[in-house]
Design a protein around this ligand. Structure first.
Ligand SMILES: Nc1ncnc2c1ncn2[C@@H]1O[C@H](COP(=O)(O)OP(=O)(O)OP(=O)(O)O)[C@@H](O)[C@H]1O
Ligand SMILES: [Mg+2]
Length: 218
């Protein structure tokens, strides 16, 4: 999927946090966004993913302004066309790790065998294959983070957005996540946008964008 961000402005309580941000991400690109805490990275990702409305400006997915999507179309795309890892994971506390991962399918067409298989492959790759029956409050922060990553990838969406996907991980697990994302980008052609504070993680992407005080720094 190709993404265009056009002249986005966003403020909270009268204070502007994104100032005329424009950005084009080509189909199949792997982009890393860096910038100091509070510079507006999470706000920008939420706007790109359609979870937050900008005050002005547009976000286009494959040339279509996402503010024109119907609720039904948006929820369908959110379930299987877009993967999103929130900085705070946003796992549902009353569902097991497995059910958190599979939730979008249980809302839609049902879970296919190939999805279950792929979930197990991803869980093994990220070292949490023995944890899927556990509930979020029985898992460590880093395990919850990996559940959230698997949830974002299991439907092989064409576009994945990850907000500090390795923020809770040690360097060995960080490597596993980055190798996996690199492979998904290469082999499936998935467009990936990630935010990170780590230069090492950022360099796994093919382009680094810096956000400073709500603007793209040149
Ligand atoms: N819902 C909200 N209501 C009010 N202010 C908010 C809200 N969300 C974010 N902000 C403010 O907007 C600014 C940008 O926040 P944002 O979460 O986008 O930053 P960030 O770059 O992701 O930071 P971090 O690296 O710490 O995650 C911050 O000053 C924050 O306090
Ligand atoms: Mg953030």
């Amino acid at each position: 999927m190709m993404i265009s961000v056009r002249n986005i402005e966003k403020g909270y309580n009268g204070e502007l946090v994104l100032r005329s941000v424009s950005l084009d991400i080509a189909n199949g690109e792997f982009v890393s966004i860096m910038g100091e805490s509070g510079s507006g990275k999470s706000s920008l990702l939420s706007i790109i993913g359609g979870f937050l409305s900008p005050d002005s400006g547009q976000v286009l997915w494959d040339g279509r302004d996402i503010s024109t999507f119907s609720d039904k179309e948006m929820s369908r795309l959110r379930c299987t066309g877009l993967g999103f890892v929130f900085q705070s994971f946003k796992l549902i506390p009353t569902l097991s790790a497995r059910d958190n991962i599979l939730l979008p399918a249980s809302l839609g067409e049902g879970v296919k065998d190939e999805t279950l298989e792929y979930m197990n492959t991803l869980a093994t790759r990220l070292g949490i294959d023995g944890m899927l029956d556990k509930y979020p409050d029985q898992l460590s922060g880093g395990q919850c983070q990996r559940v959230a990553i698997i949830r974002s990838l299991v439907y092989k969406p064409s576009f994945v957005i990850l907000d500090e996907p390795t923020g809770a991980l040690d360097s060995e697990n960080e490597d596993k996540v980055m190798v996996l994302l690199g492979e998904i980008n290469e082999k499936l052609g998935t467009t990936i946008v990630q935010v990170t504070h780590s230069r090492r993680v950022a360099e796994c992407g093919k382009r680094i964008i810096r956000l400073s005080d709500g603007r793209i720094a040149l």
